[in-house]
Design a protein around this ligand. Structure first.
Ligand SMILES: [Zn+2]
Length: 511
């Protein structure tokens, strides 16, 4: 069985912003964790390339839309490389294979008698690419999100019979595991209770899109195009992508991780479309919150947009990952604060985890011939071993319900307790007395062993830091042995060599 996790297909109007980086990092951590526990993961990301906005952006640049899309899509690819994102599939909606899937899907939905021609009129925002509900109520015909003038549109569109699926959608969204968090689920239940309306799936006069079969002037509208990317991605590397191939390789998706602004499309429109096409609905739609900066909404007009490229070049990958994963409860809004960021990285990663490893490794090398001590006896009561066992259980439990912030805190707490254990036992005092040697060996061994487990638990969260911890302990992590087995206490090998310690993370300066 496959485990399929997806980011949204990002719109190629610009390079990735911090919000897209956040979504993608969370998916990456989940994908890495699922691989470690033995799942056959398909981690899907990609880009949504069609639509009027892209057509216009390309026109303004004086290039063909395809050229513009090639350029931005490459930027996304490079960016995910820089962020060390372990995606398996990168789907572009302008690809031939994707078009095959969209057409096949459309034929199935048409065969279910769920497509009809209707008239769509109203005020339209090009930025949102949607009709706005009640602009009469506002004095200016402006989009509340984009603050740009709306355009009056009156055109024939193809419609999807969403209203037919009212009861089925109600049943799906009432399953507690389908939409998370609860707040988001309630919003959707409210929305659906007001009655579902059919929605248009095509546009005329938008040439940059997938043409609707038998309707020359119509191209598919965003949701009947981009959402299908999750399906086409699965069999995109095969000759002749097809719905059947994607189904055989693991559809439905286990998790769609998305920003809360596109929840409705994923939790209502998409399941109805899939049912109509005779396909299974995704198992979970997880809507995360928005990111603000120093308590303020980020926006070009405010000039406070945080550039992820700048963050990565200034601080590196793992510090940003740690902050986004640990400081934001998945599902809630998050705030990026420079001072807080520096404090958290210095406290958690540099002082608590980095220092612990560094000083213990130094002591062990100094006292035990550059090696892990050779333990002679194990006392019956081992406080640290108990801590570590409980931490491993908690961590797995939190990760399984996607409470990544809590899982990160479990690791941090284990490191805090390990530091406490070291300070309580003071091996640097005990070593002065020769009789104490067996107990010193045991203390040092325990601390190093706890650090090994911390390193392993960090593997999905901070892959780079985890690998540095592993190197420092003599590269004992074995890919071929199940990760969970390696979390057992006592696997650090007595008398094995310890490489010369180097700082695994540098302290940051607050400017
Ligand atoms: Zn808008």
């Amino acid at each position: 069985m496959s485990f399929i996790i997806t980011t949204p297909l990002y719109y190629v109007n610009d390079k990735p912003h911090l919000g897209s980086v956040y979504t993608t990092i969370i998916c990456d951590a989940i994908a890495r964790y699922k691989r470690l526990v033995g799942e056959d993961v398909i981690f899907i990301t990609g880009v949504d390339e069609h639509g009027l906005k892209i057509q216009r952006t390309a026109n303004e640049k004086g290039v063909e839309p395809k050229i513009h899309c090639d350029e931005i899509s490459e930027i996304f690819n490079v960016s995910w490389g820089n962020w060390n994102i372990s995606f398996d599939k990168f789907i572009r909606t302008s690809s031939k294979n994707h078009e095959l899937i969209v057409n096949e899907f459309y034929e199935r939905v048409k065969a279910s008698d769920d497509i009809y021609m209707g008239l769509q009129k109203g005020w339209y925002c090009v930025g949102c690419e949607e009709f706005k509900d009640n602009p009469e109520n506002s004095s200016t015909y402006k989009c509340p999100i984009h603050q740009k003038n709306l355009e009056w549109k009156n055109e024939e569109n193809l419609f999807f019979r969403l209203s037919k699926y009212q009861e089925q959608i109600e049943r799906i969204i009432n399953e507690p595991s389908f939409i998370e968090p609860l707040e988001r689920r309630n919003e959707i239940i409210n929305f659906v209770s007001r009655g579902l309306k059919d929605f248009s799936i095509s546009r005329t006069n938008v040439s940059w899109g997938i043409q609707v079969p038998d309707f020359d002037k119509h191209t598919f509208y965003v949701w009947f195009d981009a959402l299908l990317g999750y399906v086409s991605a699965i069999s995109s590397d095969e000759k002749g992508c097809s719905l059947e191939k994607s189904i055989n390789r693991g559809w439905p998706a286990n998790i769609h991780l998305i920003g809360k602004d596109i929840l409705r499309f994923h939790a209502v429109y998409w399941p109805a479309m899939l049912i109509s096409a005779g396909m299974r609905v995704p198992k979970k739609v997880l809507g995360h919150g928005f990111l603000t900066r120093e308590g303020q909404k980020m926006g070009k007009s405010l000039g406070n947009v945080l550039d992820p490229d700048l963050l990565i070049s200034k601080y590196g990958n793992d510090p940003v990952r740690w902050y986004l994963i640990k400081d934001i409860s998945l599902g809630s809004d998050g705030d990026f604060q420079d001072k807080r960021f520096v404090d958290i990285i210095n406290n958690d990663l540099a002082n608590t985890i980095g220092n612990l490893l560094n000083r213990t490794s130094s002591m062990s090398r100094k006292w035990f011939d550059n090696k892990v001590p050779n333990i002679e006896k194990i006392s019956s009561e081992n406080k640290l071993e108990n801590f570590a066992k409980i931490a491993v259980e908690n961590y797995i439990q939190k990760f399984n319900i996607y409470k990544l912030d809590l899982a990160a805190n479990v690791v941090l707490n284990l490191a805090i307790n390990t530091n406490l254990y070291l300070n309580e036992n003071q091996p640097w005092m005990l070593i002065k007395e020769k009789n104490n040697l067996p107990i010193v060996k045991e203390i040092i061994y325990n601390v190093l062993e706890s650090t090994r487990i911390i390193g392993l638990l960090l593997l999905p969260l901070l892959p780079e830091l985890s690998s540095k911890i592993n190197d420092q302990l003599g590269s004992i992590y074995k890919k071929e042995i199940p990760w969970e087995q390696q979390l057992r206490w006592g696997l650090l090998i007595s008398n094995s060599c310890l490489p010369k310690p180097t700082p695994i993370i540098n302290k940051l300066e607050y400017e």
